[in-house]
Design a protein around this ligand. Structure first.
Ligand code: UD1
Length: 391
């Protein structure tokens, strides 16, 4: 059922944009730029929950994506899901009370997305959810819970692919609330493409020179961070052994997420990856990550963002998961869902090495202009809401 917003709180035109964790920044940056064109009539506030806080997981991305220093940082840090979500809610509520925004804009599916949506919706403030309706249908994933609940709390839901529309409608969301905007993640890919260093320079700057045969790429880029892949000792060990097998065929560039690094150390698996044909990198910035994707022969990952970026850039991607909430990357893009079975993964790696992989195409409205469509829609919504001032 749709909620009609009553004047429970006196609101103004302010829009609060929320970010919290690494995959949020590249989604919010183009939205921020699109809103900035309407300043000062449209006051926009950037709130960082502090879910991610290390410079390499946060600050560096702000600089590279040309996002301003957040107006407010809630500095919640890491914790269990319950405590992190609760901390964000406690600290976000006074922000809503002070600024009385017309709406908040949240992106993606991290804990910050849900926590801030819950606070806003209970205060009768509209939630605008960008990247709505994606479903893995796997409720063991914390992100799936965040997606389902955020969408139920949202007033406007911006989708990246048509499957998201049918998911939302099945869950009782009114068709009129859904807007097919395209993919803001890909806006950032196109906006930053020219500023990206080539992969060779990226690898040289980390001290790895041997990943190239002459000028041509001969490495596979690897990222892993999903709890289902890296928190369980047996699953992680099996994946690392598989990576070792792949490294016999092609040099690996393995970018280690803090969660993955901590677990490799905890389980004593460092020797499994401490090999000359596996280049281990710490968390890297957005531009270097894009540079490594562009230069890679293939990407092996469990990241949602990389499934989309590889499809947009035409780079073969093997997703080390049993499901994906981004089916369009498989149906139309370069993505293949390979799960965690070693034999299946190796077969698909060989197909790519032999050049027999599918080529894929860029999905509809992944055209670099999604954020402009979203900003326009939100501004119209504010304009049509009873308490608004003309923008
Ligand atoms: C979170 C998101 C996930 C997203 C991922 C991208 C949720 C439920 N999960 O998972 O959807 O794909 O971010 O990275 O919101 N840590 C640091 N420095 C930091 C942040 C975290 O060292 O700046 C370490 C901490 O030890 C922490 C661990 O990484 O416990 C995991 O961080 P957390 O934010 O809990 O989850 P992610 O796995 O990063």
């Amino acid at each position: 059922m749709k909620c009609t917003f009553s004047p429970q709180m006196e609101k103004n035109n302010t829009v609060i944009c929320v970010v919290g964790a690494r995959p949020n920044y590249m989604k919010m940056a183009p939205i921020w730029r699109a809103f900035a064109k309407h300043a000062p009539a449209l006051p926009v506030l950037l709130v960082h929950t502090g879910q991610h806080y290390d410079s390499e997981m946060s600050e560096r991305f702000f600089k590279e994506l040309d996002l301003p220093v957040p107006d407010i940082n809630l500095a919640v840090g890491s914790n269990s899901h319950a405590l992190q979500t609760a901390d964000i809610m406690k600290k976000f509520e006074p922000v809503i009370d002070e600024y009385k925004p017309s709406c908040i804009v949240v992106v993606g599916d991290v804990n910050s997305t849900l926590a801030c949506s819950l606070v806003a919706a209970k205060k009768n403030i509209a939630v605008m959810h960008v990247e709505a309706g994606l479903r893995s249908f796997d409720r063991c994933m914390p992100e799936e819970i965040n997606r389902l609940l955020t969408d139920q709390l949202s007033t406007r839901l911006y989708i990246t692919e048509e499957t998201a529309r049918s998911n939302l409608i099945k869950e009782g969301i009114d068709q009129s609330q859904i807007c097919f905007s395209g993919n803001v993640m890909i806006d950032s890919v196109f906006a930053c493409r020219a500023a990206v260093r080539d992969a060779k320079s990226v690898l040289q700057s980390y001290g790895f020179e041997s990943c190239f045969l002459g000028e041509s790429a001969s490495y596979a880029l690897v990222t892993l961070h999903r709890p289902s892949n890296v928190d369980n000792k047996d699953v992680l060990e099996s994946l690392l052994v598989t990576l070792n097998n792949i490294a016999e065929r092609i040099q690996l560039v393995f970018v280690l997420h803090p969660r993955t690094k901590a677990n490799i150390e905890r389980f004593g698996f460092y020797d499994l990856i401490n090999k000359s044909n596996i280049a281990l990198l710490p968390p890297i910035g957005y531009l270097d990550s894009l540079g490594l994707v562009v230069g890679a022969k293939m990407v092996l990952t469990d990241s949602g963002g990389l499934q989309e970026e590889t499809t947009a850039l035409g780079v073969p991607c093997l997703t080390l998961r049993e499901n994906t909430e981004r089916p369009i990357t498989i149906e139309q893009g370069t993505n293949v869902l390979v799960g965690t079975n070693s034999k299946t993964i190796l077969e698909q790696v060989d197909i790519i090495i032999q050049g027999k992989n599918k080529k894929g195409k860029v999905p509809e409205l992944w055209d670099g202009h999604a954020a402009e469509r979203i900003a326009k829609d939100i501004i119209e919504w504010i304009h049509n809401s009873p308490s608004s001032i003309k923008i």
